[in-house]
Design a protein around this ligand. Structure first.
Ligand code: MG
Length: 453
């Protein structure tokens, strides 16, 4: 399977992603970039080196200069693209997808991912297949740059809301599960700088994932167990390209990924000197973020799902913090992309303020629970179903920026079509799991009723 989407391309190696395909996509991206230098980085997947080399040689042949930063988190590629003044960046990664997958993520010179229009331009180039290759003697140069992770760590430590001294004083014991991915070196490096005793679990960047790589509770049983055994203060887990961060408390309990951003919001909004601060997140992220914003008199703006939508809005309104509920924290004081290093520093600052353990500090945050469901709609028009629902619930607070979100005072339901399958996703949130589930079930029934009409 090969998926072209706003976040780049992802495919399974061999049957869908072939050397020729890598050349085609890299050339299309090179044509879009035109000239200058490209920062190239990859996660630790075993297919990564070969794909990265093919992409690099293709781009060099087009006259572009390559700065290879090796195995790094995707956010490191974003940051270095911006900091090195490159024309663009290319990350070889399939994010949280399993072992057989790999892919390409395209980054523009600001360090932001390409937006929908820019990705469409790259895909149009790919379809036309008219990339121009240079003559002998006109190839671009290639160099390997070793200090990208160090620079990224220094950048995160310089975020004004992170009190490095206070964190160092606590000497936290932290277990890290980097799933042997691209964050295997960067996360421990950051935490050591923050004075932590780091217990490395799956931090060999060899690309052999010891468990299903998405940082969900069912995949993090090793981490939860190790945190308890090691009497650690907390556990941290990232996906293979280390933009998402999940947190485990000192008792070995998985805290919903939604709360990584909630903790970061608390850290930034409790300290910011910005007048009328703004936080940006997406429509499916927990209400707890809105409650933290209200507590500090900040505005909470919500965008369509997708990192680029959140990042662009943050830039437009000069937000002080933002991100997505899947563990993706974005600090404009670092760069406009989801970054698990930023998330980790924020969580440690959150914990450093007083001596209460993480479980207690977490419990004091506004608490909501989500339910995530889906329903098959084969043969039906998803947009027509959502339009009918909107009509039926017209008296409620309806938002149609991305699918249909209906908000109630202390709960919401968000329904979106999938771009790859004939389904509607139905996410709901309420004060507890039972209520969230009931709300989700109610709307599955509403959808069934509409389909039967
Ligand atoms: Mg990722």
């Amino acid at each position: 399977m090969l998926i072209e989407s706003i976040s780049g391309i992802r495919a399974t190696i061999g049957d869908s992603l072939t050397p020729a395909k890598v050349v085609e996509y890299a050339a299309a991206f090179g044509q879009w970039a035109e000239k200058g230098s490209i920062v190239l980085g990859r996660d630790s997947r075993v297919s990564g080196k070969v794909i990265s080399d093919i992409a690099a040689r293709t781009l060099q042949w087009m006259g572009l200069d390559l700065i290879d930063i090796g195995i790094v988190p995707t956010p490191t590629v974003q940051l270095m693209t911006e900091k090195l003044g490159a024309r663009a960046g290319l990350a070889v990664t399939a994010s949280h997808n399993p072992f057989p997958w790999n892919g390409l993520k395209f980054i523009e010179k600001t360090g932001l991912f390409l937006d929908a229009e820019q990705v469409a331009a790259v895909l149009k180039n790919k379809k036309a297949g008219k990339a121009l290759f240079k003559a002998a003697g006109e190839f671009g140069e290639y160099r390997f740059k070793e200090d990208a992770i160090d620079r990224h760590v220094e950048n995160v430590l310089s975020i004004p809301y992170i009190d490095v001294k206070a964190i160092r004083a606590r000497k936290f014991r932290v277990v890290i599960d980097a799933v042997n991915g691209g964050g295997s070196l960067a996360l421990p490096a950051l935490l050591e700088k923050l004075g932590c005793k780091v217990i490395k679990l799956h931090c060999s960047p060899d690309g052999y994932f010891p468990h299903t790589p998405e940082p969900l509770p069912e995949n993090l049983t090793d981490l939860m167990k190790t945190v308890k055994e090691e009497k650690a203060d907390l556990g941290l887990a990232v996906d293979p390209d280390a933009d998402r961060l999940a947190v485990v408390d000192e008792k070995g309990n998985y805290l919903s990924e939604e709360y990584t951003l909630v903790m970061a919001a608390e850290v930034v909004l409790s300290q910011t000197q910005v007048k009328d601060p703004i936080i940006v997140t997406n429509l499916s992220t927990t209400l707890a973020v809105s409650r933290i914003a209200e507590k500090y008199g900040a505005a909470c703006l919500r965008t369509a799902i997708g990192e680029i939508n959140v990042a662009k809005k943050m830039k437009e309104v000069a937000a002080v913090i933002g991100g997505e509920g899947n563990g993706g924290v974005i600090s404009p004081d670092s760069h406009l992309g989801r970054d698990s290093l930023v998330g980790a520093a924020m969580v440690l600052h959150f914990l450093a303020g007083d001596k209460r353990p993480l479980s207690e500090k977490y419990a004091a945050l506004p608490q909501y629970r989500m339910a995530k469901k889906k329903i098959g709609i084969a043969g039906k028009d998803p947009d027509a179903i959502l339009t009918a629902l909107k009509l039926k619930f017209a008296a409620e607070d309806c938002n149609t920026v991305d699918g249909l979100k209906i908000s109630f005072p202390e709960s919401w339901v968000h329904m979106r079509k999938s771009n790859t399958e004939p389904i509607l996703r139905v996410y709901s949130e309420a004060a507890d799991s039972e209520a969230a589930n009931a709300l989700g079930e109610r709307f599955l029934d509403e959808i069934k009723n509409i389909m039967e009409q």
